[in-house]
Design a protein around this ligand. Sequence first.
Ligand SMILES: Cc1ncc(COP(=O)(O)O)c(C=O)c1O
Length: 412
Amino acid sequence: MKELVRDPADDSAWTDLKSCWRIRADTTYLNHGSFGPSPIVVQEAFRRWQDALFAQPMDFLVRQFEPAWLAARGQLATFVGTAGSNLIFVENATAGMNIVADSFPLAAGDEVLLTDHEYGAVERIWRRASERTGAQSRTVVLPLPLASLEETVDAVFAATSERTRLIVVSHITSPTAVILPVAEICREARRRGIAVAIDGPHAIAQVPLSIDELGCDFYAASCHKWLSAPLGSGFLYVAPRWQALVRPPVLSWGRIPPTRIESWSDEFVWAGTRDPSAYLAIPAAIEFLEQVGLAAFRQRTHWLARYARRRLCELSDLPPITADDPAWYGSMAHVPLPPSTARGVTSEQRPDETCPISNPLQNTIWRELAIEVPIVEFRGTRYIRVSCHLYNDTAQIERLAAGLAKLLAAGH
Ligand SMILES: Cc1ncc(COP(=O)(O)O)c(C=O)c1O
């Protein structure tokens, strides 16, 4: 595929890319942000690695695997702006954040600070680490609407104290789809001697990323969201100053032969026998998006997200939580919805507000419109989060807007 100059606002300039995916014909998929399907070329690369593995497991695992792991890591490292020696592959951002939580030196009285926009599972990870160590995990409630980067950063640091050891912050948030000012947070945290762990699964590919420039301490991400690498592929970045402290959750041979353990990341190469194909196919996902053109990908998907935001904002007079500005959001539109007036769907009945699967309106949209799109509860208001990737178009958004208008009118 040759990189073309395509108008982000012209659906017809992007239709050829739809055939790069094989999405079920009965589904309008507007939820790449939760689980991103891989383009066919990436699936093929993944299967080629699996074929090589199953055709001769001994040769593959003992001779080919490690050079391939190192090469894939090098390519990913270039893509995210750091050295390969600072990265390890992990199955997903969750695995990466668990490694940080299990390794970070916390003691009784220390504090870990999270924002109230963090992913629910990440909050649980840090609650457990705090319970184990006698530290405290605290949440800062960010001002809403998010009016300025400065105000957001100030709110974070107003909540720190001399006991704060670590700030855990999403690069792009899950329940609110907001790009947080992580560079500014890292800069101020460095000045104060506080470490920063960035939860970044939505950011990779959706926004430009140079981890070395950010200067964070840890960065955990999944490659199976916006980058569209195979499910079960992610990475953890660890800044050189922390590398000696990071422990593998599963101790095995490390590198092959085991006598060659020379750096922290060696311990993560061989963690018992497993299929590494998802990691090894990450370069195919990078190459796919680079062929489309990363700037073009971001412009198109932001244009669609903005279109979705504007159309869905017409369904109520509730204001979104940020200005309509690419500094605040990338490929995901986040729009408030009025409360349901139908019986049996009050938010009190939802046991876990961060679990979109439990949301009745989301289920109704799927059942009645065959559209996959998450409805998320945040601070007592429900929002729709529309993910826009290269296989989406304005007709899909129009269908969602029309269908949702009817459902809301019916009290859903
Ligand atoms: C901000 C954020 N952090 C972490 C995760 C967990 O990602 P994974 O399930 O790929 O580990 C998600 C998943 O949606 C997320 O949105």
